[in-house]
Ligand binder design. Structure first.
Ligand SMILES: *[C@@H]1O[C@H](CO)[C@@H](O)[C@H](O)[C@H]1NC(C)=O
Ligand SMILES: *[C@@H]1O[C@H](CO)[C@@H](O)[C@H](O)[C@H]1NC(C)=O
Length: 586
């Protein structure tokens, strides 16, 4: 069986996906043989006089079955993957819609692809011959390939088609006539421009997998069926978005300039995921688009849609659509409720009244740091030689920082690879802290270090270190209460460390033998309390760390990992601690 799809039978996938649309929206009915999804309860007396029908090849979900619902499409006809439905399928769908309500008319809105235009066109002609009142609008919003190169192929339909359909459907739902619905649909189409960019061609389930020749290139203007685009570039996100916005908006580009938008115009922007971009990266792309529109074009979208509307299977790409709000009604019609599972306006219309704030004036200012160094508390009884403490800590931290690459290597083998950087980040922050604010008050010093660790290290190890160091400060505090003014002795350190280890145990079940940092920390603390020798304690920690080689993890993320070579690899967290302790000794 060929790999990398959960199902490799494209026609079974299409059938099941159409079925799913009736499961996710029970107001839809499916004709499995005609691959047609129809809104089933739209024939009540209050229903609008114009029904919207769309369709096309499969592989563009949620387009179009996902947009069938009250306030949006009345029906969608699907072909196989990337292939137009037949004229017969479309004709039957038109008949069903027409029969539901004899005085109702139908607007067909499809994308500009040869097969779709022919088959839907044929069906429309046949339906007209049977007395059904039906009009067809073909949308070509692509600007990726300019007029010259586009030549006889013309402009393709892309994600902007969804905006045309949404607005037209809302007008129909408000009772507009076929003429008016068609008019507004074509007005929206005329003011819509889309351009896409892709990292790779997409793969149709069941077909042979061939290596993609795009390599490190990005193809601008690749179509949603892998059609060739305008050109390939090697650039970063900022450069890419800049080129794409230029193709959409640059008036001096005689080959394009399909829409003319001035800073005084309102626009709707849709950032559309072609199916394979992570939601995280989609967010970064959206921010880039919005900020470049603001800085380069002085444009702030009146509405911003960022999501998955028109895909190319699992396309590793996105498209940007700009709709010039040539008529105020565009926005309210876009806002009008639609009961379709694929339509996901992110927020209610009221929320847009504030407007998008690219100046970031609404950003929340940094809160004052939480109880920083406790400078108000009275000095404690425990003192240290601040210079000696600073130089020892610096040596330990530097040794830890220098071990980052090795720790990362280990953690890449047995963990998720972030341990080295996490420790290094924390160590660097503590290092700069002790250099800038040395203290001869032991408790204040430890507490302030805990604070720095809390704020600079994330992940599990950051939290554990913060708990441990805070508990160490509390342990010292306990001794200080009855000690009278004095320097911290090894005895006091040992007792405080023991208390801290006990506190840590409240938050992690890790015991020696679990292949965690505790395998080094526990022997260190225990040996220090019995021998009061730092050297012996560090030796014990090293031995504990060595013992993690080949140890099976029972906690933490290493549990899920099993790889070759981990037998010779110590627990990265324990190794990091040992490197720090070894540095202290110097
Ligand atoms: C659709 O493509 C044809 C060529 O196939 C072109 O002549 C026509 O202008 C295009 N229509 C739209 C609406 O872009
Ligand atoms: C310092 O030690 C004395 C004597 O044991 C005690 O009374 C005092 O409360 C301690 N001070 C602090 C700040 O812990």
């Amino acid at each position: 069986m060929s790999t990398k799809h959960f199902s490799n039978d494209a026609s079974a996938i299409v059938a099941a996906a159409l079925r799913a649309s009736t499961y996710t929206n029970p107001s839809l009915a499916l004709s499995p043989s005609q691959k047609t999804v129809i809104l089933c309860d739209d024939d009540g007396p209050s229903q609008h006089a114009v029904a919207l029908l769309s369709g096309g090849g499969s592989g563009h979900e949620p387009s179009f079955a996902g947009f069938v619902g009250r306030g949006f499409l009345s029906a969608a006809v699907a072909g196989s993957v990337f292939a137009s439905p037949s004229a017969e399928q479309v004709f039957r769908a038109l008949k069903v819609l027409g029969a539901k309500q004899p005085d109702r008319s139908i607007l067909v809105v499809i994308m500009n692809y040869t097969g779709d235009v022919l088959h839907f066109g044929m069906a429309v002609e046949k339906a007209r011959a049977e007395g059904i009142k039906v009009e067809q609008l073909v949308v070509g919003d692509d600007v990726g390939v300019g007029r010259k190169r586009g030549g006889r192929i013309g402009r393709r339909g892309l994600a902007g088609t969804v905006l045309v359909q949404k607005i037209a459907a809302a007008a129909a739902a408000q009772g507009a006539s076929l003429d008016d619905v068609r008019k507004i649909a074509s007005q929206v189409a005329d003011n819509t421009a889309t351009v896409g960019a892709s990292l790779a061609h997409v793969h149709v389930p069941g077909r042979e997998i061939v290596p993609d020749e795009l390599g490190q290139d990005i193809e601008i203007g690749m179509g949603i069926h892998n059609e060739e685009g305008f050109g390939r570039v090697k650039t970063d996100l900022s450069g890419l978005v800049s080129t794409m916005l230029k193709q959409l908006l640059d008036q001096s580009d005689a080959d394009r300039a399909y829409i003319n938008v001035a800073p005084s115009d309102e626009i709707v922007v849709m950032v559309n995921n072609l199916g394979g971009i992570s939601v995280l990266e989609q967010g970064a792309i959206t921010t880039e688009v919005v900020e470049q529109l603001a800085t380069t074009y002085k444009l702030t979208p009146t509405r911003l849609l960022s999501g998955t509307y028109m895909t190319s299977l699992n396309g590793m790409g996105f498209s940007i659509t700009i709709l010039k709000v040539a008529d105020k009604s565009f926005v309210s019609l876009l806002d009008a409720p639609a009961d379709a599972a694929g339509w996901s306006p992110p927020v209610r219309p009221e929320n847009w009244q504030r407007g998008i704030d690219t100046s970031k004036s609404r950003d929340i200012p940094d809160a004052p740091p939480s109880e920083t160094e406790d400078d108000n508390s009275p000095p404690s009884n425990l003192t240290i030689d601040s210079q000696l403490a600073a130089s020892r800590l610096a040596a330990g931290l530097s040794s830890l920082i220098a071990a980052e690459a090795q720790i990362t290597k280990y953690d890449t083998l047995v963990g998720d690879g972030d341990c080295g950087l996490c420790l290094k980040t924390g160590a660097e922050a503590v290092l700069s802290h002790i250099q800038s604010s040395p203290s001869s008050d032991a408790i204040r010093l430890v507490r302030s270090i805990a604070h720095v660790v809390e704020n600079s290290m994330d992940g599990t190890s950051g939290a554990l270190y913060a708990i441990f160091i805070n508990a160490l400060a509390s342990g010292l505090q306990q001794s200080a209460a009855s000690s009278g003014k004095q320097q911290v002795t090894p005895q006091i350190w040992a007792e405080a460390l023991k208390a801290a280890l006990a506190s840590l145990a409240k938050y992690t079940p890790a015991q020696p033998g679990d292949r965690t940092v505790v395998d080094a920390l526990a022997p260190f603390v225990e040996t220090l309390s019995t021998t009061l020798s730092l050297q012996s304690a560090v030796d014990a920690a090293r031995k504990g760390c060595e013992s993690t080689k080949g140890m099976e993890a029972s906690l933490g993320r290493s549990v899920y990992v099993s790889v070759e070579g981990w037998n010779s690899c110590p627990d990265p967290g324990a190794y990091g601690l040992v490197k720090f302790l070894e540095g202290l000794l110097q």
